[in-house]
Ligand binder design. Structure first.
Ligand SMILES: Nc1nc2c(ncn2[C@@H]2O[C@H](COP(=O)(O)OP(=O)(O)OP(=O)(O)O)[C@@H](O)[C@H]2O)c(=O)[nH]1
Length: 321
């Protein structure tokens, strides 16, 4: 062996030691044969498969999660053919049947004519990072959900109302369908707080929200706490007649909840008043005036004695017996 060969041998040994002592797993695939020319022994500790079992590209492909396999394979082949270095995150199959998130970072070694000669890469175990990412996503989803919920009663909040109304308004306009809202307000709630205390008032709001939830017909109906002791029912694809009977149903549900209200001027049970409005929105119609009409009718219901529904600017209906 010449001195040069000895030095070369030493250098190869050094690089091999360096490569095989990293946490990243090095590998090389010859493009002409699509066979592994090399894979670091660390692969066995990570996935359980011996280095010898990584013979061909097919072995690599077979050990990719079925949901990731097609896009990873197609992506890596097309990038390699184009001579572009690339990376892909995918779930790799462990010998025990579990999956590990891998980031494969690939360098394309090219022939003088630009065609691929070999692929050299490193596999990184990114499962911990993926777990953290998933936890963050879960937290984000949870926060998003919370940001649309009223903290006290658990029903939708004003923010959600604005969002849903925006969608339903446009949908009603597009399909020329009626959209209704029922604005509901507890009667003499100031007196309730004065009589029973603010904490009991909070409990009462929760009971009212629970009772009103019973009026929802399906997933498109939405009950929101509009603020204070005011609630709104959003009723897509609902005409005036149905909205009116649903408003009465709300009042009835709260009545049946038998919430005592010793401070009320109209009896000793908690009651609600409601205003209803319905529209088939046209191009020039606007949301705020539509809600304002329902609000105005709610106050008409208050003026006319409370515990009733007003759905028309002219007509006052007496409470149902
Ligand atoms: N306990 C409790 N009270 C609240 C909350 N939000 C608003 N209120 C109370 O609701 C009461 C609303 O009073 P008003 O607007 O005068 O209405 P009201 O007494 O119900 O009278 P009418 O609506 O005319 O029948 C106020 O005393 C507020 O302090 C809440 O989150 N918890």
């Amino acid at each position: 062996m010449s001195i040069d060969d000895a030095i070369l041998g030493e250098e190869v040994g050094l690089y091999k030691t360096l490569l095989e002592s990293t946490r990243a797993i090095p590998w090389k695939i010859d493009w002409a044969t699509l066979r592994f020319a090399y894979i670091g022994p660390q692969i066995e500790a990570l996935l359980g498969w011996s280095p010898q079992s990584w013979a061909t590209v097919q072995d690599w492909c077979d050990r990719i999660h079925p949901e990731d396999r097609e896009w990873v394979f197609n992506f890596c082949v097309s990038q390699s053919q184009a001579g572009i270095d690339h990376e892909a995150d995918y779930r790799a199959l462990r010998k025990d049947g579990q999956f590990v998130w891998i980031r494969d970072v690939v360098h394309v070694v090219r022939n003088p004519d630009g065609s691929p000669n070999a692929l050299i890469g490193f596999m990184f175990d990114i499962s911990e990072r993926k777990r953290t990412e998933e936890k963050l996503l879960d937290m984000q989803r949870e926060l998003e959900e919370l940001s649309y919920k009223d903290g006290l009663t658990g029903v939708a909040n004003r923010r959600r109302f604005d969002k849903v109304m925006d969608v339903e308004w446009r949908e009603a306009r597009r399909l020329r369908q009626p959209l209704s809202v029922v604005v509901l307000d507890i009667d003499y709630f100031k007196q309730y707080n004065d009589h029973y205390g603010h904490l009991q008032g909070d409990e009462c709001l929760k009971r009212v929200a629970g009772a009103l939830s019973g009026a929802l017909r399906g997933p498109r109906d939405l009950l929101c706490r509009f603020g204070g002791e005011e609630f709104v029912l959003v009723l897509p694809d609902t005409d005036e007649g149905v909205a009116l009977s649903l408003a009465w149903r709300c009042l009835d549900l709260v009545d049946k909840a038998l919430i005592p209200h010793a401070g009320a001027a109209n009896g000793n049970r908690l009651t609600l008043s409601a205003g209803v409005n319905t529209i088939v929105p046209k191009e020039h119609d606007e949301l705020n005036p539509f809600i304002a009409v329902a609000d105005r009718r709610l106050y008409a219901a208050k003026e006319r004695g409370r515990a009733r529904v007003v759905s028309d600017d002219m007509v006052s209906r007496e409470p149902e017996p």
